[in-house]
Design a binder for this molecule. Sequence first.
Ligand code: NI
Length: 234
Amino acid sequence: MKKDLKNFKILLGVILTMVFVSIDYFEKTDQVKEVSGSAIESGMENSVMSTKKIALTFDDGPHPTYTPMLLDGLKERGIHATFFLLGQSAQNYPDLVRRMQEEGHLIGNHTFYHTDLKNADVVLLNREVVKTNEVIEKITGETPQYIRPPFGSCDDNLEEMTGMIVVMWTVDPLDWCCEDAASIVRRVEENAQDNAIILMHDSYKSSVMAALTVVDELQKQGYEFVTVDEILFE
Ligand code: NI
C-alpha cells in the first residue's frame, strides 16, 4: 500500500508538472502571436515593438456628417480615440455616441453648450457638466470620468467641484482655423512625441482627413494610438 501511494504521488507530480509546463507554453505562444500581430498592424514587421504612445482627441462632436466618416476611418485602422462631446450634440445624435462606445473609443464631457467654465459656480456646473454626463450616461450606461473645458478655460478646482479628471492637450494644430488638411498634418507631425495628446475637432472634413493621414504616417514612425486614460495613468 505504501509503495502504491508513493507511485501515485509521483504520477500526480508528473501530471501536474506537465499541465503547468503546457499552460506556460500556450501563454508564451499567445504573447508571441500578440506581439507579431500588432507589429504587422503598424507596418513595422522588421523593427522592435513600439513603446511610443500618442492620443488623438476630438472636441465639439458628435457631428452628423464628419463623425461617421472619422469613425469609419478609425475602425479601418483599428485605432481608438477620445471624444469630448457637447451634451447638446450628444442628445441630438445618440446613435453616434452609442457607436463610439461600441467601437471602443473613450467618451468625455465638453459641457452642454460649449460654455467657458472660468469662475463657474455650482449652478453653472450642474447645467453644463452634470447635465452632459446625464445625457451621455443615458445613452451609454456609463458616466464620463474625463472633462475637457471649452477653450481650455477653467479654475484650478474644477476637478474637485465636478469629481472628474480634467484633460488638456499638448499638441494644438489649430485645425478649426484653416481647414487645410495638409497643414494640420504637418503641424501634428512636427510636434508629435511620446505621450502627446493631440487636440482636433470632428466637426470639419479637413480635420477628419488630416487625422486619418496622421494615423497612417505616425504608425509608420512606430507610434501606438491610445485613448487618453492610457497616457494619463500608465
Ligand atoms: Ni471645443
